[in-house]
Design a binder for this molecule. Sequence first.
Ligand code: IMP
Length: 192
Amino acid sequence: MSRRNYVNEINFVTGNKHKLEEVKHILEPYGISVKRVTVDKLEIQSNDLCEIAEYSAKIVAERLRIPVVVEDAGLFIEALNGFPGPYSSYVFKTIGNEGILKLMRGVKNRRARFVSAVAYARPNGFVKVFIGVTEGLISIEPRGEYGFGFDPIFIPYEGDGRTFGEMTLDEKSRISHRGKAFRSLAKWLTGH
Ligand code: IMP
């Protein structure tokens, strides 16, 4: 059952301040404010970002008894059969951008995509997932000081050749996986 609420605030479960900043910026034009919620780590192991976001959101909404939003995102590199994908967080912490570039040394096919799965859950068990995808290329060298994570090594096709790391928060959000997924959520929440 789907119920549209004309919601003007979301409870966003995240420990990542960069994501929080991006989501606030993305939702501002819709008149939706973002309240940060932090909880103990509860991610399940799965190869599917949607499944991870959906499950986590459901559990937290039931536990806290409030509607919540959880995002799970990842970078999928074609030549590496989708690696690091759902393991992006761990891979970034361990081998980082330098490690990815090392794995990609001499690799001609540099196609990659960022995927964002955003799950909105209510305490009654209702869940809805929104997906955003941005296609691009893995750069040869890291470039740019903006953003976080793999931003300095990802060149979106929808851009002008700069990496996400060379774009301002506004420029990145217009074309990013997160921008697309959260704008879909915003439209749904506000009944557009
Ligand atoms: P999470 O599991 O959704 O927190 O994201 C997994 C990891 O993917 C993060 O720790 C980042 O390293 C990377 N990541 C997710 N979204 C982005 C992004 O927008 N830019 C760069 N890296 C990202």
